[in-house]
Design a protein around this ligand. Structure first.
Ligand code: FAD
Length: 581
């Protein structure tokens, strides 16, 4: 690619035109100004707001971010004053004339052309519109922009006002049923919307086509979120799609028909089933797109035109583990890409774009769920050999009050390289996932995780941090110290091996696998003959609650010559994978 360098002031102002004035676009504009005091920087934004906190929208809906103004980080006037940017809201770029290096802009009834020396595209993504009849009904909302959240808040206020003072329900008044909402799509933003509406006092139904909430999460962690949603009164409909939205007799209220034949009454509906790159402008201009429809860019965000850069939700990135070229619609990559594009536009050395891990996190009431790298489904689909370990340690020392279980799953290549990790829990998930994301970026292995030196005092962690534990367990698995079996192998394990449950009698009585043998782990050394007799030559599949006691049991059995293996993640993971046990 031909680098375009910023001219010196005496050569005349270098005009940088930016399409899209939020995450990627505004990062680029601000960085370009810091690098080039004399450039003319024009930001064109089709909406009424620039530089708004779209990630904060769900928390304004919930009422946690009380002031709407807190979402509006800047205005065109504040950006002119602080960064000398020419920010034009309500200006939509309708076409790019690459040969003449100018864009055409529609602003109200006016249309005009604006030449550029460098053009940066950060148009974001557009919401996927699922094939649902009646989607244009006014009760159907999306949650992507400030006007979207304004409309949702107005509707919620209206519904709550019908209920009496402070939106509180009228006790035992059948004429005042709780207002209800249907959220379609249980992804990150869908879950944030569910939490927000529930917090506001609505009865929420959550409809998801996949068989578990938060589809990017491994299936064995998702039931923890489902239980949390249920405990807050959310009605979860998994494995079904919404088919039609129809008006009821009550003004503004609708019925949502689902693919399983059931119907849900709703006073409002939020649809959030994902996004696709907003690449129509780039396509019309003849820029190269990838197979996913995202704009193809190189390591410094150049498109296939040397005078045009692109960033954010609209572009392809390289997925760090699989190498796939896909869009990853997250704020962090968009902001970093904007900065990098500005460096390139201004002729600076760029840090080539690193492959993207897709590190993401969401709060679901009291739980946090987070993911980084490749999940198991992605690894399987890509044919990448891997070993999965599950652990459920405390977020900090168990003897210090308030310790909460952190449920962690991590995948490792046969050579020990960390490929992906996920976590769910009430505390400490964010820091573990960030450590693990950093570890993947650094190419770390199970050995490296085992040796990480992390800050420890009892209120914060453990001398063997959960991240170290992942390393230890993976080392044991990979070097053969602890052969393991997975919850998904249950049918095969039950048919061909002895299931040895080393939990206490009380735990066993609360629920166990039919046909399993219960020998509490402290009794195992004394009762080996019993194992020999019941196993009758079969291998022994050991389990306990979380995988720790069964690891000890497995080591005892291996030491005595048994063919033994430990259930990864124990009964906790088994129950998540087989909820009907
Ligand atoms: P955007 O920030 O969406 O900006 C694109 C802008 O371009 C839009 O304002 C659009 O109006 C404008 N535009 C498009 N076409 C034109 C045109 N032709 N002319 C003029 N203007 C145009 N990510 C996270 O990592 N963490 C989160 O917690 C998180 N929460 C989110 C919550 C919500 C409700 C939403 C909607 C997104 C969230 N995201 C989150 C995603 C994150 O906001 C995006 O990945 C990021 O904003 C993408 O930046 P971008 O610059 O590509 O696009």
């Amino acid at each position: 690619m031909t680098p375009v360098t910023a001219p010196s002031p005496e050569e005349g102002a270098h005009r940088i035109v930016i399409v899209g004035g939020v995450a990627g676009g505004m990062s680029a504009a601000a960085r370009a100004r810091r690098l080039d005091e004399h450039a003319e920087i024009v930001v064109l934004e089709q909406g009424a707001y620039v530089s708004f906190a779209n990630c904060g929208l769900p928390y304004h809906l919930s009422g946690e971010i009380t002031s709407r103004d807190d979402l509006l980080l800047h205005t065109p006037a504040s950006l002119a004053a602080s960064l000398n940017l020419d920010v034009r809201t309500g200006h939509r770029v309708t076409s790019i004339d690459r040969a003449a290096q100018k864009v055409t802009i529609a602003a109200g009834d006016d249309t005009y052309a604006l030449p550029y020396d460098a053009l940066l595209l950060s148009p974001g993504a557009v919401a996927v519109r699922p094939p649902i009849e009646g989607l244009d009904h006014p009760a159907v909302h999306s949650l992507r922009t400030v006007p979207d959240v304004d409309a949702l808040r107005d509707r919620v206020e209206e519904l709550l006002a019908r209920r009496g003072p402070d939106g509180q329900p009228q006790p035992d008044d059948p004429a005042q049923p709780a207002p209800s909402a249907v959220v379609i799509g249980a992804g990150f933003i869908g879950l944030e919307a569910v939490e927000a509406l529930t917090t506001r006092g609505l009865k929420v139904h959550l409809v998801e086509l996949a068989d578990h909430v938060l589809p990017p999460l491994d299936a064995e962690l998702a039931p923890l979120l489902a239980a949390e949603l249920a405990s807050h009164g959310v009605d979860l409909r998994l494995g079904v799609s919404a088919q039609a939205v129809t008006q009821t007799d009550a003004p503004g209220s609708v019925t949502v028909a689902l693919s399983d034949g059931s119907t849900l009454a709703a006073d409002l509906v939020i649809v959030n089933v994902g996004v696709r790159p907003a690449s129509a402008l780039a396509l019309d201009a003849g820029l190269d797109l990838g197979p996913t429809g995202a704009i193809r860019v190189d390591g410094d965000q150049h498109t296939s035109d040397p005078h045009i850069w692109a960033v954010g939700d609209a572009v392809e990135v390289t997925q760090a583990i699989t190498g796939a070229r896909i869009p990853v619609p997250l704020a962090g990559p968009a902001n970093r890409q904007g900065r990098r594009a500005a460096d390139s536009i201004c002729g600076r050395r760029t840090t080539p774009q690193a492959a993207v891990l897709g590190t993401a996190i969401v709060r679901v009431f009291g739980l946090t769920a987070a993911t980084t790298g490749a999940n198991q489904a992605t690894l399987r689909k890509a044919g990448i050999e891997h070993e999965v370990v599950h652990i459920h340690p405390g977020d900090h020392a168990g003897y210090f009050p308030g310790s909460e279980q952190v449920h962690l799953v991590a995948s490792f290549a046969p050579d020990g390289t960390l490929l992906g990790a996920q976590g769910v829990g009430r505390a400490g998930v964010d820091k573990r996932i960030d450590i693990l994301a950093t570890a993947i970026r650094a190419g770390m292995s199970a050995d490296d995780l085992a040796e990480l030196e992390l800050a420890y005092a009892p209120p914060y962690g453990s001398a063997k941090d959960p991240v170290n534990m992942l390393g230890f367990v993976a080392q044991n698995v990979l070097e053969g110290t602890m052969p393991q079996w997975q919850a998904q192998d249950l049918v095969e394990a039950a048919a061909t091996t002895l299931i040895l449950d080393v939990r206490s009698r009380a735990e066993y009585a609360e629920g166990h696998l039919d046909g399993s043998l219960n020998i509490p782990h402290l009794e195992l050394r004394q009762r080996l003959d019993e194992v020999t007799s019941v196993a009758g030559g079969r291998a022994v599949s050991v389990l306990c609650a979380s995988g720790v006691r069964s690891y000890l049991g497995t080591r005892v059995l291996l030491g005595e010559g048994f063919d033994a293996r430990n259930l990864s993640g124990g009964w906790l993971t088994l129950r998540a994978v087989h909820p009907n046990l």
